[in-house]
Write a protein that binds this ligand. Structure first.
Ligand code: BGC
Length: 809
């Protein structure tokens, strides 16, 4: 393998394709879908004295520079989209016909124009923008003209930088606090919007000087301003629900003190993440519970019942709109499993569904089902009698239904007389004996549930033997027989027959992307290209496919829609809507020349300070998994691929490619892998991206148990796994003849992206060196990886594109 194997594409073909992509055209349905999704994700946290909705004729004074300098999305690969337009809050208000106070709006417009924010650079993004100084008498004059003040607070966040437990990030700045106080003092009504991708401190929403109404509007993408105006003016009654618990104080989060570690973080809270912790041990520490969100109307849930039929718990409930305007409600079903020998969270989200738009007086009967197995526990200690198994312990499984975790009321109970072994597995990805720690467990004590600590179970199995026992048999090489990949697609030969023609060098080429970002083989501005990255492979009918970021839009040099951030989508709890949005997004991918969208971001919100939380969905794995599955299913219905990421435990940005997430096997399976599992089983993504970090001492891109034992062995995944961009060089501790890409391929992390050893694209010879060494990577493993990649390519539009123009990318 050398430089010359990577050939420039046919220049004319490439140019023609790129020209067709110019212009500001976007998929026609996306603006409306983005607007609806952003509006449905807005969470009304508080609404007193009828502050909202506003009436168009009601004069409103808008404070906060974010009215113009809006945060449409976070920074980094997940937000860096060349959006054809954005609608600011001020523009959205004006379009809605709002009676905006013009002198104040003009003052902000002029100041914002004169004081553009310093946007920093990669990883040094601003966390907030400084506020416009404003005098007391200016505020008083505005109050004399308007009864209502709308204050908008904004927060940024982004890749490569975590948020800070400091003013201007998690906390309000002194200027923001003072502004709220002064506006509160001057105006009869004060409404506050929070425009942020992460949860921030919300202590200021309480107390005497608190605002009348607070709406968390997240980062809503290009249609943000319209979506927010829809909610403020009642075109959409708020129907978003918190996808995370808002605690009273940061210190109340169970990860506090075990986050932002440079070398490692011990996941001491174990499975008690978010509401699982708060509802079990610290209900008083919650300001706004998980799943909470108000509406302009009211709903009554009635006639709720729960029954077990054929292993499925079926919850029926009637939802009636008892208020005065149309709205939607999110019905949430929680399970309270018995404590048993393992200890369980007091609540476990088991199902949810958003109602249709209900007119006043209208009702809808909902049936929500979940398999009881979905609330099983993973026993990593053997306390239940079944070590390394999913079990349903004997006892009562309370079923609760409601509109947030706290107020959900019991509607039934399922009793298991004896323990049910759901699935016996094997130890995988357990903490290293070299790094033991203590984790939180729940024990039923004399005074209710008690928080106790126990040593985390550490790994016992030998990876080396597991790898050797499962080495794939090689396919006997045949040399070239003139078979094309299209022959496999047409059923003229088997995939194995095609692969049998490939030399070890071809196979290794296939396990690398085209070395650099913005590869000349792909659409301009791509994140990388994989597949037919050499002329030789293309001549055999293997297409070169373009991968682009995600999640909030197609990141290219061309215009593409900017979608609401992941948390905003999750806050809408509307799975069919997200599916429709993703279907349209998949269509836009085909318009723009993207074959793989590096999305959705599916890491769990372990801590509110994680810089990439905005890209991810929630603290809960079911909400995460269902959102992820909707996006994957929607995108892939177009013949293009999604690529859920970052598998797994990329829960902080600080030293993200060096950090070790030390976490029990139970927490991994019940929390951090669970969303991925739901997505893989339900939507069958064709690609998955590993994370930068280590899990219990092993980088995800080398992690055999993660990517082979669990992902493929347990979940039946058959697609392609790629690295996050580049990887840490490392020798395989069990097999000295393997390092870097050989170590990776052994784990079934099939493709190094973007393909080179480093940013400059230097060639990675590690797999080739290993292959020719005794005890090195085997032909069977190289072929197995190639099959994983080719299976994806066979399912992709790119193959059909190639059929139409053989030899071209
Ligand atoms: C990010 C990924 C992204 C990739 C390509 C990495 O830095 O972690 O999420 O897809 O770059 O841009």
């Amino acid at each position: 393998m050398n430089e010359s194997t990577h050939n420039a594409p046919d220049a004319l073909a490439q140019q023609t394709r790129q020209t067709a992509l110019g212009g500001r055209d976007i998929e026609e349905h996306l603006p409306a879908l983005c607007r609806q999704a952003a509006a449905e994700g807005a969470v009304l946290l508080k609404n007193e004295r009828g502050a909202l909705p506003l009436a168009p004729e009601q004069p409103v004074a808008v404070f906060g520079r974010v009215q113009n300098d809006y945060f449409y999305v976070g920074y980094g690969s997940g937000g860096d989209v060349k959006t054809p337009y954005t609608v600011s809050l001020m523009q959205g208000l004006r379009e809605a016909g709002a009676a905006v106070d013009e002198p104040l709006a003009a003052q902000y417009a002029a100041w914002c124009a004169d004081n553009p924010p310093d946007m920093g650079d990669w990883g040094t993004w601003p966390l907030h923008f400084d506020e416009m100084p404003i005098a007391d008498d200016e505020i008083r004059r505005a109050a004399a003209r308007c009864g209502t003040a709308l204050v908008v607070l904004g927060r940024a966040a982004g890749e490569s930088r975590d948020n800070a437990l400091a003013k201007g990030s998690y906390y309000l700045t002194d200027d923001e606090r003072a502004l709220l106080g002064r506006v509160r003092g001057a105006f009869a009504r004060m409404v506050v919007l929070v425009n942020a991708g992460n949860l921030i401190d919300l202590g200021w929403t309480q107390g005497e000087d608190a605002p009348d109404a607070v709406v968390y509007v997240w980062q809503g993408g290009m249609e943000s301003g319209r979506a927010v105006a829809d909610v403020l003016y009642g075109r959409v009654s708020p129907c978003g629900k918190l996808p995370d618990t808002a605690a009273r104080r940061y210190e109340d989060y169970p990860s506090a003190g075990h986050f932002l570690g440079k070398e490692y973080n011990e996941y001491v809270e174990d499975i008690f993440v978010g509401y699982r912790y708060f509802e079990t041990f610290a209900p008083q520490a919650v300001l706004f519970p998980f799943g909470f969100g108000l509406s302009y109307t009211t709903f009554a849930l009635s006639d709720a019942s729960a029954q077990l039929c054929d292993g499925q718990v079926r919850v029926q409930v009637r939802v009636t709109n008892t208020g005065a305007c149309a709205g939607k409600e999110v019905v949430q079903v929680y399970c309270a499993p018995p404590q048993g020998a393992l200890g369980k969270p007091a609540r476990h989200l088991a199902a949810f569904e958003k109602t249709q738009l209900l007119a006043p007086g209208e009702m809808q009967e909902l049936t929500l089902s979940f398999p009881l197995e979905a609330v099983a526990s993973y026993d990593d200690t053997g306390a239940s009698g079944h070590r390394f198994a999913w079990v349903l312990e004997a006892g009562e499984y309370g079923v609760f239904v409601g509109t947030d975790v706290r107020s959900a009321a019991q509607c039934g109970c399922v009793r298991l007389e004896s323990l049910r072994l759901v699935r016996q597995l094997q130890e995988a990805c357990a903490p290293s004996p070299a790094h033991p720690f203590e984790r939180l467990v729940c024990r039923a004590g004399a005074h209710g549930l008690e928080a106790q600590r126990e040593p985390v179970p550490v790994a016992q199995h030998a990876r080396k033997q597991r790898v050797l026992d499962n080495l794939p048999a090689p396919i006997s090489p045949t040399g070239e027989r003139g078979l094309l990949l299209g022959d496999v697609a047409a059923g003229r030969c088997r995939l194995e027959d095609f692969v049998a023609q490939l030399s070890p060098e071809d196979l290794i080429v296939l396990s690398h992307g085209d070395r650099v970002m913005d590869s000349p083989l792909g659409t301009k501005g791509n994140a990388g290209v994989l597949g037919g990255v050499t002329e030789r492979l293309r001549a055999m009918g293997v297409p070169a496919v373009t991968a682009t970021d995600g999640p909030s839009g197609i990141r290219l040099q061309y215009y593409a829609s900017l979608l609401p951030c992941g948390t905003a989508l999750a806050a809408g709890w509307n799975v069919p809507l997200v599916r429709r949005l993703a279907e349209a997004h998949g269509r836009e991918m085909t318009m723009k020349g993207s074959d793989i969208l590096l999305a959705p971001g599916m890491n769990i919100h372990r801590d509110p300070l994680c810089g990439r939380n905005f890209e991810y969905f929630s603290e809960d794995p079911l909400l995460t998994g269902r959102m992820g599955a909707a996006i994957v299913g929607g995108i892939q219905s177009n013949g293009v691929s999604a690529c859920p990421k970052h598998f797994a435990c990329n829960n902080q940005e600080t030293n993200r490619s060096g950090n070790d997430s030390r976490v029990s096997e139970r927490a991994l399976r019940e929390i951090y892998l669970r969303g991925f599992e739901i997505c893989v089983r339900e939507a069958k993504p064709q690609n998955i991206m590993t994370s930068y970090n280590q899990i219990n001492g092993v980088w995800s891109h080398y992690n055999y148990d993660l990517c082979t034992t669990i992902l493929r062995g347990e979940w039946g995944y058959t697609g392609c796994v790629m690295t996050d961009w580049w990887m840490r060089p490392c020798r395989d501790p069990d097999f000295p003849a393997l390092s870097d890409s050989a170590y990776r391929i052994r784990a079934q992390v099939d493709v190094l992206m973007p393909g080179g050893k480093n940013f400059a694209g230097d060639i990675d010879f590690s797999a080739l060196h290993s292959y020719y060494q005794p005890g090195g990577i085997t032909l069977g493993e190289l072929q197995r990886g190639a099959c994983n990649v080719l299976r994806y390519l066979l399912a992709s539009n790119a193959l059909r594109r190639m059929d139409a123009a053989p030899g071209r990318p």
